[in-house]
Design a protein around this ligand. Structure first.
Ligand SMILES: [Zn+2]
Length: 349
């Protein structure tokens, strides 16, 4: 199977760019180092891509197989093994939270969609915590999750946010299914499905209905001095933060405000606001647990084998409509899907 050179961090470069300009060296220096590290990792990923997928490991089990490593603020992966699946809780809460976040994502995919881990073959889930010196990001490197400690009082401990772990592991699900190319609209779709299922991981764990959910990605990640609630909002793209240090959330809600840029792989973390909001509209129109109808439509679209790696928003929208019809017939679901895409400016002919 073809492997794309995807390197998917949770904190987009436009936020780190702003932080790198901060007058506070305790913020600007780690932000600059994080940007440099991300650029280096992105290049390494490109070189190593094509070496093939991580091999499926054994018979799929209904229990996750999690291992947590500690990089001890160094840049070497995976670091020292500090926690195995059957170990008692660690003293380090970051280890326990990473373990729990991997478990919440595994449970969600298994119970909501019958998927056994991210490759559906029971892939063991590995995560490294305390990566780098004030590394202000989180990523899935094609084989494992890597979590930094954050940047000072601006970006806090990433293990605190279950939807961030759900987001990153969903990049693994996408990698082993539609393998959406990480550039332009297909890249924004790659980011969007990671946000959608990241949010659903949290909603499922909390038993929330669509109207109870916060629909935020990275809630609680910002320090108290930051004016913002999260990195992104599916409910109201463009409103997650507006802060002198971070700038303003640049996400559009509709195609009218689509952002053309060469940065961030063609704005993959920006234009994802459009398909994100389409999903939110479908889920809120249908009500109840978002993973049961809206989520099922999106999941079947992503994993069904018909979504092209270079799909654009219109291709994805058409396929969600076809999937809604085949799963639920001519009911509320297809009407919600058609209306949502039309509202975000991607009408389905
Ligand atoms: Zn991502």
């Amino acid at each position: 199977m073809k492997t794309t050179a995807t390197f998917c961090t949770i904190v987009p470069p436009h936020i780190l760019d702003k932080l790198a300009q901060s007058e506070d060296p305790a913020v600007s220096e780690p932000a600059r180092r994080t940007l440099e590290r991300d650029a280096l990792l992105r290049t390494q990923r490109r070189i190593s891509a094509g070496r093939g997928e991580a091999a499926p490991a054994g018979t799929p089990s209904d229990r996750p197989q999690r291992t947590i490593y500690d990089a001890a603020q160094q840049d070497t992966l995976p670091g020292a093994k500090v926690h195995a699946e059957s170990d008692r809780p660690a003293k380090d809460q970051a280890v326990n939270r990473a373990h729990a976040g991997l478990g919440a994502t595994f449970d969600f995919y298994l119970k909501a969609y019958g998927r056994h881990s991210i490759d559906d073959c029971g892939l063991p889930l590995d995560a490294t915590v305390h990566y780098g010196d004030n590394y202000g990001n989180v990523f899935w490197n094609g084989e494992q999750m890597v979590l930094g400690d954050g940047i000072g009082k601006v970006l806090l401990d990433f293990t605190e946010s279950p939807e961030v772990i759900g987001h990153e592991l969903t990049h693994g699900v996408t990698q082993s299914t539609a393998n959406l190319e990480y550039f332009g609209q297909s890249g924004a779709l790659n980011e969007s499905v990671a946000d959608v299922f990241g949010s659903l991981v949290k909603q499922y764990a909390l038993g929330q209905t669509a109207d109870q959910a916060d629909w935020l990605i990275g809630a609680g990640l910002f320090g108290p001095a930051i004016r913002g609630v999260a990195l992104r909002s599916l409910k109201a793209p463009g409103t997650a933060y507006d802060d002198p240090q971070l700038g303003k959330d640049p996400q559009p809600t509709t195609m009218d405000d689509y952002v053309r840029t060469s940065r961030d792989s063609g704005g993959v973390h920006i234009n994802s606001g459009i398909p994100n909001h389409a999903f939110y509209l479908v889920a809120s129109a249908l009500g109840g647990h978002a993973w049961e109808q809206a989520g099922k439509i999106w999941y079947a679209t992503l994993t069904g084998g018909e979504l092209a790696a270079d799909a654009d928003f219109a291709d994805f929208a058409r396929l969600t409509a076809a999937t809604a019809r085949s799963l639920f017939g001519e009911g509320d679901e297809i009407q919600a899907v058609l209306k949502a895409w039309s509202m975000v400016g991607v009408p389905i002919a």
